[in-house]
Design a protein around this ligand. Structure first.
Ligand code: COA
Length: 407
């Protein structure tokens, strides 16, 4: 038994934001039926590494789903969709604004067909002035507060590698869908769930809007910046939070030979001993967080004078042995080879019928009564016969639908 066993998700998502949400639902045990156009989710063909085989872009975002094809612009396609909606608990889509309405399925129509349906949409923006605009990951980062606050003070705004606009929004969508399913148990009605990428990124940038308001009361002393105007500045690798942190260099000086170190008040004494400057533990110029605050750059420079002489793993061990929070910058190669991530089921091997084995990132949601078993993504239309058979479509009609470009 899985947490979402018995929940049928009709998954009309494509690219990343929507598929990241429905993959999580599948890992929680829902029966996710991915409905694709006859040419398939565009990512099946994007960034291909093996000719003619579904890309890793697709296979890493669509595990544990079944796939059907359906041409929503054909009359028979619309009829079949009508039947599918009646069997679904959840419908999820992330097309450009208005696409599902243009297919003939407004929220009103969907409710008529299935009053218990939870209908979730991911869009770039909310219903305000940006509502008609399409969006991609970095556009959401640009318009949700991430790019303005990422980077160094003297450089341009930067995009982050974490896909907060796409997968970050997908996770928000999952929360909305689960809440709607829970509420349905009481109301016996479905509801509309709408999530916007700009909103999700803004939610993740919440603390930066905290700092925007703090600016009214003076400079942000936790930031390394020397001057402030009326906007939160980019602050490099500063944590900007309650405890100062910075990425310091380690040996032998490669692009990922860095470790992020946080200096909690209790951490200063052990750090000063480890770096060979024990006298700084009680020096009034350095002993308290208040004394260190105006010279955080100098403090991290002192720490770096020690870390630069050791590799990041040694530094990790030495600082953790003294209970000092720190984290080496792990490269993508190091992550995919990390033994503990493999043991924890966060880097898993999947066997794909056409590409063979590949690695994917497992489920970060670990439930004691609903273990996740990561299985391959489906081939395009692999489950047409299975799913359309359930609706009573005969083998003959299936062949005809294929010839006519309906599936
Ligand atoms: N059968 C027939 N037509 C189908 C179909 C099917 N099964 N599935 C989709 N289509 C059609 C739609 O009807 C639509 O056609 P229309 O514009 O004539 O009505 C079209 O395919 C899809 O349009 P759209 O989603 O706008 O695709 P796009 O490639 O132009 O834009 C995005 C891609 C990602 C920019 C856009 O989908 C978007 O803004 N989505 C919301 C935000 C989002 O999730 N972005 C992140 C992506 S990771």
């Amino acid at each position: 038994m899985k947490a979402l066993e018995g929940v049928r998700v009709l998954d009309m998502t494509h690219v990343q934001s929507g598929p990241s949400a429905t993959q999580l639902l599948a890992w929680l045990g829902a029966d996710v039926v991915k409905l694709e156009s006859t040419t398939g989710d565009i990512t099946r063909q994007q960034l291909r590494d093996v000719p003619g085989v579904d890309s890793l872009y697709f296979t890493m975002l669509n595990c544990n789903k079944r796939s059907i094809t359906l041409n929503m612009k054909s009359e028979r396609g619309k009829e079949i969709f009508t039947e599918l909606v009646k069997t679904a608990d959840v419908l999820v889509e992330n097309f450009g604004p208005g696409a599902v309405d243009r297919m003939g399925f407004t929220w009103e129509r969907l409710q008529e067909l299935n009053p218990r349906l939870v209908y979730a949409s991911i869009k770039g923006f909310g219903p305000g002035r940006y509502r008609a605009f399409k969006a991609y990951e970095v556009i959401a980062q640009a318009m949700g507060g991430s790019m303005t606050t990422t980077g160094f003070e003297d450089g341009p705004p930067l995009a982050t590698g974490a896909q907060i606009g796409d997968s970050g929004t997908g996770i928000h969508a999952v929360a909305g869908i689960l809440a709607a399913l829970y509420q349905r148990q009481t109301t016996n009605r479905g509801q509309r769930v709408q999530v916007a990428m700009q909103h999700a990124v803004l939610n993740l940038c919440r603390v930066k809007l905290r700092d925007q308001q703090r600016l009214a009361h003076g400079p942000l002393r936790e930031y390394p910046n020397k001057t402030f105007n009326d906007e939160v500045p980019r602050s490099g690798n500063a944590s900007g939070g309650g405890q100062p942190g910075w990425a310091v260099r380690c040996a032998p000086g490669g692009p990922n030979d860095y470790i992020y170190v946080i200096v909690q008040p209790v951490g200063w004494k052990p750090i000063s001993e480890i770096i060979g400057r024990p006298e700084l533990a009680d020096d009034p110029e350095w002993a308290t967080p208040e004394a260190r605050l105006p010279k955080l750059d100098k403090m991290f420079q002192l720490i770096e004078e020690w870390t630069i002489r050791h590799d990041k793993w040694t530094v990790l061990d030495r600082l953790n042995a003294a209970n000092v929070p720190c984290g080496p910058i792990l490269s993508t190669k190091e992550l995919i080879e990390d033994e503990s991530l493999r043991e924890e089921g966060m880097v898993v091997t999947v066997d794909h019928p056409e590409r063979g084995e590949f690695f994917t990132v497992g489920s970060p949601l670990q439930l004691s009564d609903s273990p996740v078993d990561v299985r391959t993504s489906p081939l395009l239309g692999e489950h047409n016969q299975e799913i359309y058979g359930e609706l009573g479509v005969s083998a003959d009609e299936l062949a005809e639908l294929k010839t006519n470009g309906v599936i």
